[in-house]
Design a protein around this ligand. Sequence first.
Ligand SMILES: [Zn+2]
Length: 156
Amino acid sequence: MTDRVEKLRDLDVFIYHGKVDIPDTYSAGTVGSRFLIEIRDNKRIMGTRCPACKRVYVPARSVCKDCFGRMDEWVEVGDKGTLLTYTVVHVPTSVQLKEPPVAYGIVQLDGADTGLVHLLGEVDPDQLQVGMKMQAVFAEERVGSILDIKYFKPAA
Ligand SMILES: [Zn+2]
């Protein structure tokens, strides 16, 4: 243990509970924007393929994380995929979009080499299993948000 941490042990620590409202706005960038526009306008999920390692990224990104190569090739992937992992949140928090239990998963869409983190729906959390086939459910009204995919449900 460092001396600094050891010194903190002897201090009385006050904890103040508060809430900070931090509005934020950010650009999805050109690649992120196209990814979201394809979902909004065409209910089509697109990825980008690395010219060197051929990995297809979903969500689309501009640079391969392994090769650092620029990726300009867009490929359509399926709206179905495989559940790689998941978690179920049972505690309500201010950032949850719905009441618990809330299931989140990482779905590797057919044709993609990476996973997409998203909400899972229309499924009893106790029935979730790694490896099960999932299918995107698109929102009726799409606005250019990742929530234009409402969630992934078990594929029929
Ligand atoms: Zn690559």
